[in-house]
Structure formats: structure tokens, C-alpha cells
Design a protein around this ligand. Structure first.
Ligand code: DQA
Length: 147
């Protein structure tokens, strides 16, 4: 089985970016932990970060037919991107939306996710462990699909 981890805009700054909101864990640490976890469970995993909506769309499209699940923190695009929502709907790969912060406890404009309706589920407000939880949820889903 193969999983894709995608991190959207500004998440390359994790560790130093508003640490009171996003914590001090760096993106490299998050990816390292996920890679170790995947190894442990014999799952292939690819991790990417981009500040560009088009790159994220290209990466998702390229996953079609060769990837069994997606862990996606779309950053600010969560609240704006019709194009990313259409893409997730188009590729029909189970996708879990992850946010480090609790978007529902923050500004009004973060309460709405354009992507959540086409995702398997959303994890928000649990910090970096949210990615680990998403990984386990996808493993469960893979098992259900016999993968
Ligand atoms: C975020 C929440 C978004 O609202 C914000 O734009 C981000 C990070 C999170 O992980 O908490 O860039 O996705």
C-alpha cells in the first residue's frame, strides 16, 4: 500500500511560525515520524510540501491509480480552494484533512473548510499527533478495502 502526505502553504515554516498556535514541531520532524511509522507497518509513504496551489493539484492528480490514501494539511487553501476540492473529488482517493490548530476555535473565516465535504474526515486542534492519527485511520480503511 502507498500513502501520500501533502502539506500546503506556510507549513514549511513550522517550528518557528506562530509557535503558540502551531507548536514547535518542525515539518521535517512530522515527516520523519510518519516515515518511521509507515516503515513499521510496511506501507510506502511520500511527503511533499508546497506553497503553490497548482503543485498540490498536480501531486494529487499524479496519485490517481497508484496511491491508496492521502493525509493533507491544505493550510490557508482549506478555506478558499474550489480547485483543490474538485481535485480531491476527481481522484477519489480517501483523503484525511489535518490541521494542527483547532480551526473551529479561531477566526470565523477558518470555520469553513472547502475540502472537508469531499474528505473521509477532518482532524483539527490536536497538534502534530493529528498526522499520526490520520495515518492510523487510513490503515484501518486500507484493511477494510483488503489492501
Ligand atoms: C492550518 C490552519 C489554517 O487555517 C491555516 O491557514 C494554516 C494551518 C493548521 O494546520 O492549523 O496555514 O491548516
Amino acid at each position: 500500500a502507498k500513502l501520500l502526505v501533502l502539506h500546503g502553504p506556510n507549513l514549511n515554516l513550522l517550528g518557528t511560525r506562530e509557535p503558540d498556535i502551531y507548536g514547535r514541531t518542525t515539518l521535517e520532524q512530522i515527516n520523519r515520524d510518519l516515515t518511521a511509522l509507515a516503515q513499521e507497518f510496511g506501507v510506502e509513504i511520500d511527503c511533499y510540501q508546497s506553497n503553490h496551489e497548482g503543485f498540490l493539484i498536480d501531486r494529487l492528480q499524479a496519485a490517481r491509480g497508484n496511491t491508496d490514501g492521502v493525509i493533507f494539511n491544505p493550510g490557508g487553501y482549506t478555506h478558499t480552494s474550489v480547485a483543490l476540492r474538485d481535485c480531491i473529488a476527481a481522484i477519489s482517493i480517501p483523503t484525511i484533512e489535518v490541521h494542527l490548530s483547532n480551526v473551529h476555535a479561531r477566526e470565523e473565516f477558518r470555520h469553513r473548510s472547502m475540502l472537508a465535504p469531499v474528505c473521509m474526515g477532518q482532524i483539527s486542534g490536536l497538534g502534530a499527533i493529528g498526522y499520526t492519527l490520520a495515518f492510523h485511520a487510513l490503515l484501518e480503511d486500507l484493511a477494510k478495502r483488503g489492501l
